[in-house]
Design a protein around this ligand. Structure first.
Ligand SMILES: [Zn+2]
Length: 137
């Protein structure tokens, strides 16, 4: 069993992200809690795919912090690092949608891997269109 604290995981949201989004869907593994600029720490860093994931589980990210976060994202983008921000609902309620989004961003950066279906995943659109197309047949 994975020791989350040793792995660098600091919050239940990060734990869920790694378990239900990243690993459950076969995404490349990120490195937690890395500093990419002065006085910042990013929740999950994917250097190979030039992508940062920030998990905003707290209301503290609103207001002043939101502006600060935007400035941080802009500085990281200037370094060629794109930031994806997910909240509790994205991770806990929509892990499959979130994984697809992350996978698409990685593919744009050259990732050749394939997403795995987790037990909660609905079949991919090419196998079973949903919602069903009323124009079809
Ligand atoms: Zn899934």
């Amino acid at each position: 069993m994975l020791n989350w604290v040793e792995f660098g995981i600091e919050s239940p949201l990060e734990m869920r992200y790694v378990r239900d989004v990243e690993r459950a869907h076969g995404l490349p593994r990120g490195t937690p809690q890395v500093s990419k600029s002065a006085r910042t720490r990013t929740d999950m860093v994917y250097d190979k795919w030039s992508t940062l994931v920030e998990l905003d589980g707290q209301l503290g990210h609103r207001g002043v912090h939101e502006t600060r976060d935007a400035g941080r994202d802009a500085r990281h983008l200037a370094q060629g690092l794109a930031t994806l921000r997910f909240g509790w609902a994205d991770v806990a309620h929509r892990p499959c949608t979130t994984a697809q989004l992350v996978g698409q961003v990685f593919r744009n950066q050259g990732w050749k891997g394939k997403l795995k279906l987790c037990p909660q995943c609905t079949p991919p659109p090419d196998e079973s269109p949903w919602p069903p197309d009323p124009q079809a047949r």
